[in-house]
Each structure stands twice: as structure tokens, then as C-alpha cells.
Design a protein around this ligand. Structure first.
Ligand code: SDX
Length: 440
């Protein structure tokens, strides 16, 4: 793969410091985003930058996903996410993210066949499930199983990471296919039902729903409305540039561990309630409001109270200071699914009332806090029969192609470096050891 295009230098910024003037290059990307390139700042000036949570810091140049938080724009490899959600399927979008273009017919077929062929997990892995503690969170199980894949598939081992890049088709499909199987098995484990194995006659999303909900005593008919809705949800979760979990995958991957270990880091980061775990928190918050008689104003006041650590889950975003385009599509899909299934979910009414109240509340308006991807997704998962504890696992299934694409891009970057940020030390200055008996 040829070296990726780099952001063009468009001029210099001047830094006046310590009686001198330093020139720092300014670069511009294909969507005219501009950055101050500080790669040589410390060599030139002795300064490092300090940027809590990397709010203003770009960690890399990337060709995968473009988003504009102010305009609410999101595109995967240039394709608007709205078009992909409407016209594509998750497997095709996974191919697009990893390979940089939509597959031709024969490539799509080969990818789909590989997904089918690699859908089983090693039978010995099922023993893990049997001995895992009864009420384990499915994200704990998922992370343990994914890192164990590197033991069951040693060709992904530590010492030949570059090999993986040549096997990326096998690696990608193996991981995409098996993560889905592991997710369904962890659900079956949590409800004490026997595992349902993947079927070769079902497509990706239908296979997942079948593994989740069929059983030897309860045949399950995949509802095409739910299959379509699941494709849309997974597409909308597939990538989101340098979010917390993707940054974890890149950081861990920069130490040249195998892909399974890097993805496991992403799973663990995604688990957090401020990140992918928010979809579970949203439903628990809506259920709490329902229990308290449906009064949304109380949670809104709590969310605004600086003394209260409670946050309005499903609202706000590090980048989107406008309506998250994914939330808009998920809300529409949510209403379509509930209408078509004739489901009346009181949590949807509460969610819509909450959104309405927030939209006119100065605290949220001033801070540009809008519904994000996690606000309505849980209501669709509920309609599918997926339990709240599995919601973040669903996010992980969707995000996996993005993690793989971002890992691959970072490994192929000609400027590849291990990630190692600097700091500003604020601890004690030098002092010397005092023996115990002299410490007073
Ligand atoms: C995801 O990065 C990604 O792309 C993530 C993601 C992806 O696809 O990978 O989009 C997925 O993680 C979506 C976000 C899911 N998380 C939640 O819904 C949790 C609730 N949201 C917040 O915790 C918060 O909005 C974050 C974590 C999402 C963003 O936090 P930031 O960017 O660090 O914002 P901030 O904490 O600096 O907030 C700015 C102000 C603060 O108030 P002031 O100090 O200015 O008075 O807004 C307030 C915050 O207290 N605020 C909220 C709030 N979110 C921000 N107040 C109440 N409720 C909230 N939800």
C-alpha cells in the first residue's frame, strides 16, 4: 500500500517566546481542517504542550472518517453516513472502512463467505464460558474472549504483527465473525440457555439475532424489520475517528502487540459510562424516571447541579456541538421499528419529552448539549429483546471494523511511532531518604 497522502503545509505560525520568534508549520487536510504541527516544538523551544483530554490535539492524520462537530457531518471514507445507513449493509461498510473503498461484487461475496467460514469459535473456548462467574458483565466476558483468540489463533502472535497486515482479510473477517458469536454466547451464558451455533444460511445480522434468540425448545423467526434496524445501528456505530476507545486501540497497537490485544483495549475503554457504556446508562436513567412517575425535570435539575456527579446520559459530546447525525437516524429508525412491531414503549415517550425539555433549557443550550448516538439506540435494542447488559456489547460489534481500520492505518503509517505523551511534573522537588527511626 503506497504511503497515504499527508496534510499539505500552507504556511507557518509564529511563536514569540523567550525573546525569540519560532516558526511552526500549519498544515491543512482535505476538508480544510488546519493544525499547528508541533512535532519539533520541544527540539526548537524546549516547550511541550499541555492539553487535558487532548481536546485540542490531533494524534494522527487519517483517511478513514471525517466528522464536523459544528455542522453535524459524519462520513466514512467520504460516504455520508446517512446514505450508508439507508442503502448499505454492515458487512459492506466494514469492508469499506478496512479497505478504503466499496467492494466489487466478487470481493463482497468472498468477504461474506469468509465471515461465514470463520463464524465458529474453537470448541475449547466454550469451556471459558462454562467456568465464568454467573453474573459477569458481558463486556468482561467479551474482553476476556477476544484477547484469548490470540491464543487459539497463534498466527496472530506477538512476533509477526506485520504478518497480520498481509492476512488482514482473514484477520478482519475472523475477528468480525467471532466477536459476534462470542457476544451471542455471552448472552446465552447469562440466561443459562444452551449456545446456539452460527448458521451458514443466514447473513451477518440475521445470524446474530438467531444465535441470540433461538433455542432448542423455541424456534425463532428472524424479523426482517429488526434485521434491517440492526444493520443500521451497526453501520452508525462502525467508526468515529479518534474517540476514546479507538485512541486506546491505536495507543496499545503502537507497542506492536497483536490486533486481538489492541482490540481488547478498545473493548475495555468502550465499557466506560462516559463512552460506549452510556447506552446502558440511558435506559437505566429512563427506567428511573419512569419509576419516579415520569418527571423528567428532576433528572434535568440533577444534571445541572455541579455538586451532583450525575450526568444526563445520552447527551453531550466531545466533538458534536450540534445534533449527532447518528442520533437523528437512530431516532427515526426507533420510531419506525416500534410502529412496525406495534410496540408502545413508554421509555420512548419519556426520552422524547426529556429531549424536548433539554432543547429549551439554557444550561444545555449554552453548552450545546444535544442527544448523542447513545440516546435512542437502547430503545431499539429493547424492541429486539436485547437486555440492557448487552447494549455496550452491541456498540462493540458495530465499532469493531472501525477499530480494525484505524489499527491497520496506524501500523501502515510511514511516520509510525509508539505513543508516549509528555507531562508537566508538579510533585515534590528533589529530597533525600530519611531512615525510619529518624522520621519522628
Ligand atoms: C460516545 O468521542 C466520541 O466520538 C464518542 C462516541 C463514539 O462514537 O465513539 O460518539 C460515543 O461516547 C458518545 C457519548 C456518550 N456519553 C454520554 O452520553 C455521557 C454523558 N455525556 C457527558 O459525560 C459528556 O458530554 C461527554 C463525556 C460525552 C463529553 O464530555 P466533554 O467533552 O469532556 O465535555 P465537558 O465535560 O467538558 O462538558 C462541558 C460542559 C461541562 O459543564 P461546565 O463545566 O462548562 O459548567 O457541559 C457539561 C459539563 O458539566 N456537560 C453535561 C453533560 N455533558 C457535558 N452536563 C450534564 N449532562 C451531560 N450529559
Amino acid at each position: 500500500m503506497g504511503a497515504p497522502p499527508v496534510a499539505a503545509k500552507i504556511g507557518d505560525a509564529e511563536l514569540h517566546y523567550d525573546g525569540r520568534v519560532f516558526k511552526l508549520p500549519v498544515v491543512e487536510g482535505t476538508e480544510h481542517e488546519r493544525a499547528l504541527d508541533i512535532s519539533r516544538l520541544r527540539d526548537q523551544t524546549g516547550l511541550v504542550t499541555l492539553d487535558y483530554g487532548y481536546k485540542n490535539t490531533g494524534s494522527c492524520q487519517s483517511e478513514i472518517t471525517y466528522l464536523d462537530g459544528e455542522q453535524g457531518v459524519l462520513r466514512y471514507r467520504g460516504y455520508p453516513v446517512e446514505e450508508l445507513a439507508e442503502k448499505s449493509r454492515f458487512v459492506e461498510v466494514a469492508y469499506l472502512l478496512v479497505h478504503g473503498r466499496l467492494p466489487r461484487k466478487e470481493e463482497q461475496q468472498k468477504f461474506s463467505d469468509l465471515l461465514t467460514r470463520h463464524s465458529m469459535i474453537h470448541e475449547d473456548m466454550t469451556q471459558f464460558f462454562k467456568n465464568y462467574p454467573e453474573h459477569s458483565h458481558p463486556m468482561a466476558i467479551l474482553s476476556a474472549m477476544v484477547v484469548s483468540l490470540s491464543s487459539f489463533y497463534p498466527e496472530m502472535s506477538q512476533d509477526n504483527v506485520d504478518e497480520e497486515l498481509t492476512h488482514i482479510d482473514i484477520t478482519t473477517t475472523r475477528l468480525l465473525s467471532k466477536l459476534r458469536t462470542v457476544a451471542a454466547f455471552s448472552y446465552k451464558k447469562s440466561i443459562g440457555e444452551p449456545f446456539v451455533y452460527p448458521r451458514h444460511d443466514l447473513k451477518y445480522c440475521a445470524n446474530f439475532l438467531n444465535m441470540m434468540f433461538s433455542s432448542p425448545v423455541r424456534p425463532y423467526e428472524v424479523n426482517p424489520v429488526l434485521e434491517r434496524a440492526l444493520n443500521v445501528l451497526l453501520i452508525l456505530h462502525a467508526d468515529h475517528e479518534q474517540n476514546c476507545s479507538t485512541s486506546a486501540v491505536r495507543a496499545v497497537g503502537s507497542a506492536k502487540v497483536n490486533l486481538y490485544a489492541a482490540v481488547t483495549a478498545g473493548i475495555c475503554a468502550l465499557w466506560g459510562p462516559l463512552h460506549g457504556g452510556a447506552n446502558q446508562e440511558v435506559i437505566e436513567m429512563l427506567e428511573e424516571i419512569q419509576k419516579m412517575g415520569g418527571d423528567v425535570k428532576k433528572v434535568i435539575e440533577r444534571a445541572k447541579d455541579k455538586k451532583d456527579p450525575f450526568r444526563l446520559y445520552g447527551f453531550g459530546h466531545r466533538v458534536y456541538k450540534n445534533y449527532d447525525p447518528r442520533a437523528r437516524i437512530i431516532k427515526k429508525t426507533c420510531m419506525e421499528v416500534l410502529n412496525e412491531l406495534k410496540i408502545k414503549d413508554p421509555l420512548l415517550d419519556i426520552a422524547m419529552e426529556l429531549e424536548e425539555c433539554v432543547q429549551t433549557d439554557p444550561y444545555f443550550v449554552e453548552r450545546k448539549l444535544y442527544p448523542n448516538v447513545d440516546f435512542y439506540s437502547g430503545i431499539i435494542y429493547r424492541a429486539m429483546g436485547i437486555p440492557v447488559s448487552m447494549f455496550t456489547v452491541m456498540f462493540a460489534i458495530g465499532r469493531l471494523p472501525g477499530w480494525i481500520a484505524q489499527w491497520k492505518e496506524s501500523q501502515e503509517d510511514p511516520d509510525f511511532k509508539i505513543q508516549r505523551p509528555r507531562q508537566i511534573y508538579t510533585g515534590p522537588t528533589v529530597r533525600h531518604y530519611v531512615p525510619l527511626e529518624e522520621r519522628g
